[in-house]
Write a protein that binds this ligand. Structure first.
Ligand code: NAD
Length: 320
């Protein structure tokens, strides 16, 4: 079966199941990317903030050298970090990220969060993270989202990325952006899982022709690694009795049920794992269908519970 893909409003095809790169260790990252390519992944979801783009690039370069894949068969996604939102900072950092990946264009470049922070010179600290001093001081930048989006559009004009998109935007920000966008966002990447189902936002994006990528499809699992109480205090989705019952019924794993719930809604997913057998399992998650009873049961699981939001990172009294 041909791998499922989504046609973007920019005219390019995006694989529906990709590989996420957040929290992939620098020491193992090149091998992980190489193994994921070997397992059949073509979309890689990276970011400046993940601090591993150089190692991702090494994995990609090795896979290309070994003849596993050609650059044009890959769909490489990266993201603009908040400290580079000012118009004169966008292109230089995109060029640096391309150099790290050892490629001359991204397939998709996203605004990571619609929050502008004061510039930190990459020579001082890279990736810069949320805090100006690297510890706790938050300094805002005056760059508006319009200024940043216009600079993102220039990246397309310069051939540095084929498509541009947004992440962690909510409805108001999207409506505002669409007023001035010369190039519409091709994708919206948001946290989305059965505990945060995001039906209204996904509907809005669909109506505007913007493809949605769901991140953290396994809900709390990816945040337990960060020791987040809010993630530890809720039942892991993969062990939720409704999900395990569906897994038994369809002869699939709980992870495949969670991924299929998203892809069946027409969304893209970007799960992450370092284990090759699990990589294959996550990739092979689009060849069955959940039935109406399954969908009705998952609909009841929505808690509107978000794990990834800036206040979780800024708060000194740890809102999580
Ligand atoms: P995830 O939901 O993919 O969960 C990862 C965890 O699940 C890991 O602990 C992994 O070992 C485990 N896992 C993966 N497959 C499994 C399987 N089949 N069975 C059992 N366990 C399995 O986590 P995530 O990292 O939060 O999200 C995925 C990707 O989404 C990230 O790597 C990143 O690329 C992207 N993301 C983007 C943003 C953003 O702000 N745009 C935020 C978070 C994540």
């Amino acid at each position: 079966m041909a791998p499922a893909s989504i046609k973007l409003n920019s005219g390019y095809e995006m694989p529906q199941v990709g590989f996420g790169l957040w929290k992939v260790d620098n020491a193992t990252c090149a091998d992980t990317v190489y193994n994921a390519i070997k397992a059949g992944y073509r979309l890689f979801d990276g970011a400046c903030d993940y601090g591993n783009e150089k190692e991702c690039g090494e994995g990609v370069a090795r896979a290309i050298r070994d003849g596993l894949v050609k650059r044009e068969e890959l769909f490489i996604v990266s993201k603009l970090w908040q400290t580079f939102h000012e118009k004169d900072k966008v292109e230089p950092i995109c060029r640096r990220q391309l150099a790290d990946w050892q490629v001359d264009y991204f397939d998709l470049f996203l605004i990571h969060f619609p929050v502008a922070l004061e510039y930190v010179d990459p020579a001082v600290r890279y990736p810069p993270g949320w805090f100006y001093d690297g510890e706790k001081e938050v300094r805002w930048s005056k760059a508006t989202n319009q200024e940043t989006w216009t600079a993102m559009e220039s990246l397309v004009d310069a051939g540095l990325t084929r498509s541009i998109g947004i992440s962690n935007y909510e409805a108001q920000g999207i409506y505002d952006l669409l007023k001035y966008a010369r190039i519409r966002p091709a994708t919206l990447q948001i946290e989305l899982h059965p505990y945060l189902q995001q039906h209204n936002l996904a509907r809005l994006a669909k109506a505007e022709g913007i493809a949605v990528t769901a991140y953290s499809s396994f809900g709390p699992t990816g945040f337990i690694e960060l020791d987040m109480d809010r993630a530890k205090n809720v039942a892991p989705l993969m062990q939720h009795e409704a999900i395990t019952a569906m897994a038994t019924k369809h002869n699939k794993t709980a992870a495949q049920i969670l991924l299929r719930w998203a892809t069946q809604r027409g969304l893209a997913v970007i799960p992450k794992t370092s284990r090759p057998a699990v990589m294959a399992q996550n990739l092979e998650s689009t060849d069955f269908s959940l039935d109406q009873a399954d969908l009705d049961r998952i609909a009841k699981m929505d808690l509107n519970l978000r794990f990834n939001q800036p206040t979780n990172y800024f708060s000194s009294d740890k809102l999580w």
